[in-house]
Ligand binder design. Structure first.
Ligand code: MG
Length: 389
């Protein structure tokens, strides 16, 4: 079990829940990093007394230093250098990577190379450079325990499996997001406020929009391929509105194993910290007699084109997934600022995939370059159709 953790992205939804779990488990905290949420960061530093606290830039770092001047034991750093140091601080044995987006890639690699256990909550890392990340983890003997609820479920359903060849397929469940059942006509005018009303999970804004477009499930499809070394044909997606069955594994003999629980991220977060052991958790227990019927349906790829785009990118491989992810990061951020419509997200991703050639190269440089090109391509596309993002 972990004893000392560092949390990258500690003021976000997963970061806060990680600290909640860590406090109950009595774990110490070596480093905390955040973007711009100064007040929340100060409060976390006062509670957890990390050795290192990292802010997005030096101006914010200076402000945090001032606020913490009565606590000389906490060093404050900033920017990418600070993030990389937090990821590899020798005092921590486990690093929870809960930063949002491509920003998480380099620190995740730094933590892997420092031999940490990784509680992986940054799916973009595996989407953009999954082959490289998994190869580095193998080379450095770093354990990667997924925090994403679906991948944690699969991780649990694979416990005890000796031969991956016995696995027929992985089945990822999807809640369907805020717009499940909506028609294309209704979605033309769907706003970000409507997108942010997720039926079951309370999460950060970017992932909640990703759930509404179903691109989140597409990113998770790619994440599952990388984590469990599966082909695209070995992964299926089913809509399961209740978010009680978190995912399943089907074995060669027809046996299907599922992991069930209330939709509460503290369960997968805690398992990443306590694995291979299990402990009491503050999350509510699932009551099978009151949770109602569990339903399963096929996803609607025509109304939600982002999912199909992601599955296509997974089949192309190489840098196609990094292109998809980079374009989506720009598009989702623009949608969150009310600058574009719902279908501009999938149109933007599609334009980037058409314009930026995917190359079969799994290096970090290739992933970063594809990401840059995709961002530029989607920005150019929005300019062309007259949207100011
Ligand atoms: Mg998930």
């Amino acid at each position: 079990m972990s004893r000392v953790i560092s949390v990258l992205g500690s003021t976000g939804s997963i970061g806060r829940q990680t600290l909640d779990v860590a406090e109950k488990l009595g774990l110490r905290v070596a480093a905390l990093t955040c973007g711009t949420q100064l007040q929340r960061m100060e409060a976390q530093c006062r509670t957890f007394r990390p050795l290192l606290a990292v802010m997005a830039d030096e101006t914010l770092a200076r402000q945090l230093r001032d606020r913490l001047s009565d606590l000389p034991g906490i060093r404050v750093a900033s920017g990418e250098a600070g993030l990389l140091e937090a990821a590899s601080l020798p005092e921590a044995d486990t690093v929870i990577t809960a930063v949002v987006g491509m920003l998480g890639l380099k620190p995740t690699l730094a933590a892997i190379r420092a031999g940490k256990r990784i509680g992986l909550a940054n799916k973009e890392t595996l989407v953009c450079a999954g082959e490289l990340v998994m190869a580095e983890a193998e080379r450095c003997g770093a354990e990667i325990i997924p925090v994403d609820s679906e991948h944690s479920a699969i991780f649990q359903c694979l416990m005890g499996n000796q031969d991956r060849g016995e696995v027929k397929r992985l089945i990822l469940t999807a809640s369907g997001g805020a717009f499940y059942g909506w028609t294309r006509a209704q979605l033309q005018t769907a706003t970000k406020d409507q997108a942010l009303r997720h039926p079951n999970w309370t999460m950060g804004p970017k992932i909640t929009v990703d759930c509404a477009t179903l691109v989140n499930k597409g990113l998770e499809f790619i994440e599952a391929m990388r984590l469990y070394d599966m082909t695209p044909e070995q992964i299926s997606i089913v809509i399961h509105r209740q978010s009680i069955v978190h995912s399943l594994v089907e074995y060669r003999d027809g046996a299907m194993l599922a992991q069930l629980g209330v939709p509460d991220m503290r369960i997968p977060i805690q398992l990443a910290l306590t694995y291979p052991h299990r402990q009491e958790n503050p999350a509510q227990a699932l009551d099978l007699l009151s949770c109602g019927p569990l339903t399963f349906a096929a996803p609607d790829l025509e109304t939600f084109p982002c999912l199909g785009l992601a599955m296509d990118a997974a089949r192309v491989g190489g840098t196609a997934c990094a292109i998809l992810n980079g374009a989506n990061e720009v598009a989702a951020a623009a949608y969150l600022r009310d600058k574009i419509g719902f279908y501009d997200i999938s149109d933007g991703i599609s334009a980037a995939l058409d314009q930026v050639p995917a190359v079969q190269d799994t290096s970090l440089e290739a992933a970063l370059d594809a990401d840059r090109q995709a961002r530029a391509a989607v920005e150019a596309y929005y300019r062309r159709i007259g949207k100011v993002i």
